[in-house]
Design a protein around this ligand. Structure first.
Ligand code: SF4
Length: 229
């Protein structure tokens, strides 16, 4: 058993199946066609409290207005607020604006590449920092957004930890231990998509799921014909 309590064969099988699924079913999203940390951060911040479909309507417009971190940093706050209009949770726009200023003034216009520095940027939590490190710099760094938490809990956790904090730590260890060598980018994207498209909060697609035979939650979720094919 590994540090995170997952058998090596099980881990490999999970990695292999998830990556294979992603190759054919993963979503082609505009922020996946770039390695520019600024553009990736804009998408991650927008996605923090907003569904992908809704973000798609705002992402290109925002970047057309502020195509670089320097242009966002130099914009007046009222204009940034205006560009964010319709997305809600304006604290995100304020933090993104503050981040742009920090990148410009403290880091000479280049995004920092060390996890600790990325994590210190305004509004960049642990999972957003992990996404930036893995999607912009391909550094093996775990992510744990709501979709990923649900997926990992269902597949691997037999008995929940006694407290939410312990459960959270356990899931972070799990997410860290699962990253396959050299495939951080695709694997983390796959985790996100699988949680959003297959292992959904309501009506997960267990009967057609490629992970069903290794999933701890499968028998419970499909018991008594609750699910239909
Ligand atoms: S079998 Fe169901 S619960 Fe398990 S990973 Fe697949 S969709 Fe999620």
């Amino acid at each position: 058993m590994s540090r995170a309590g997952v058998d090596r064969a099980l881990r490999r099988s999970f990695q292999r199946r998830l990556l294979k699924w992603y190759q054919s079913q993963g979503r082609d999203l505009p922020w996946r066609r770039t390695r520019d940390p600024y553009r990736i951060l804009v998408s991650e911040v927008m996605l923090q409290q907003t569904q992908v479909e809704r973000v798609l309507g705002f992402y290109d417009k925002f970047l057309k207005r502020y195509p670089t971190v320097a242009e966002l940093a130099s914009a007046p706050p009222s204009k940034v607020r205006e560009a964010w209009d319709g997305l809600g949770y304006y604290a995100r726009a304020r933090n993104l604006h503050r981040t742009a200023k920090q990148v410009l003034h403290r880091h000479g216009g280049q995004f920092p590449r060390r996890y600790e520095e990325v994590h210190r940027l305004p509004g960049v939590g642990r999972s957003t920092a992990g996404a930036l490190m893995s999607f912009a710099f391909n550094v093996p760094t775990p992510i744990l957004d709501t979709n990923v938490k649900r997926l990992l809990s269902r597949v691997f956790i037999h008995r929940p930890s006694p407290t939410p904090a312990q459960m959270e730590r356990r899931l972070w260890r799990l997410s860290t231990s699962l990253i396959p060598n050299g495939e951080t980018w695709a694997f983390n994207q796959a985790l996100m998509d699988f949680g959003a498209l297959v292992c959904t909060a309501k009506n997960p697609r267990c009967h057609t799921c490629c992970l069903s035979d290794m999933c701890r939650a499968y028998p419970k979720l499909t018991r008594g014909g609750v699910q239909r094919r």
